[in-house]
Design a protein around this ligand. Structure first.
Ligand code: KIV
Length: 263
């Protein structure tokens, strides 16, 4: 049976965590969903892991459309989320709608955009026009030059409050999910409890409604060094399918992320 937004919302209401991995092509879409992954994210992290760039900033709409089509062709049941690349949604809600519509036509079921309160009008514009949106806060890699590096966000009282306010505003604007990247586990728990929509964590502790990892990280393929919040699920697994099923059961049973993966 096809996994829809309603399926994922129902899982959260039933206190069942859902699982997400990034995915960029058809064969992995097939492997991941057969291993029990609920949602596939065509992340603009493809700029790093496929294209060898040091940031996601050069990823464009053509890249995202190509990989979204590849994943959609290989998938029969997972919920598909596509990242909106840098520069494809920040100018105006109209620009965001035009590009999000292209991603949905390519096979995505939801788009993900980075940014806090400043994106609320855009989130509202898209959701009122039938496009489900996942908002992404915390470490937002498209703002890397403003953030000054890939580092923990929301670690002071002031920035933690800002993130909580952002989350509430984005939910009010209509976001159907919230992804939180590299923030303290305690803050992610507080935000998750303050919202009704599902939260997806990456480096945000175990108390989010769902977890995501970059596929290559989860399979132990890092170019530099393993980030703290990553676990290599290939270690001890006999196949990629087994590694991914181990990730699925570790998330569902609350064993991943463990304390050693949190901030
Ligand atoms: O592009 C990406 O891979 C992401 C991560 C947060 C999973 O957005």
């Amino acid at each position: 049976m096809k996994t829809t937004l309603a399926t994922l919302q129902q899982m959260v209401e039933n206190n069942e965590k859902f699982t997400v991995l990034t995915c960029y092509d058809a064969i992995f879409a097939d492997i991941l969903e057969n291993a029990g992954i609920d949602a596939l994210l065509i992340g603009d992290s493809l700029g790093n892991v496929l294209q060898g760039e040091s940031t996601t900033l050069s990823v464009n709409m053509e890249d995202m459309l190509y990989h979204t089509r590849c994943v959609a062709r290989g998938s029969t049941k997972a919920f598909i989320i596509a990242d909106m690349p840098f520069g494809s949604y920040q100018i105006s809600p109209q620009q965001a709608f035009d590009n999000a519509a292209r991603l949905l036509a390519a096979g995505a079921h939801m788009v993900k955009i980075e940014g806090g309160k400043i994106m609320a009008d855009t989130v509202q514009f898209l959701t009122q026009r039938g496009i489900p949106v996942c908002a992404h806060i915390g470490l937002t890699p498209q703002s890397i030059h403003q953030l000054g590096g890939y580092k923990l966000q929301g670690s002071t009282d002031k920035t933690a409050k800002q993130l909580l306010d952002d989350a509430k505003t984005l939910e009010k604007a209509g976001a159907a999910m919230l992804l939180m990247e590299v923030i303290p586990a305690k803050l992610a728990r507080k935000i998750t409890h303050a919202l009704r929509i599902p939260t997806i964590g990456i480096g945000a502790g175990a108390d989010c409604s769902a977890q995501v990892l970059v596929l290559h990280d989860a399979l132990g393929l890092y170019r530099i060094k393993k980030p703290r919040f990553v676990k290599d699920f290939m270690a001890g697994a006999g196949s990629i399918q087994e590694a991914v099923s181990n990730y699925v059961s570790a998330v569902k049973t609350g064993q991943f992320p463990a304390q050693e993966h949190e901030f």
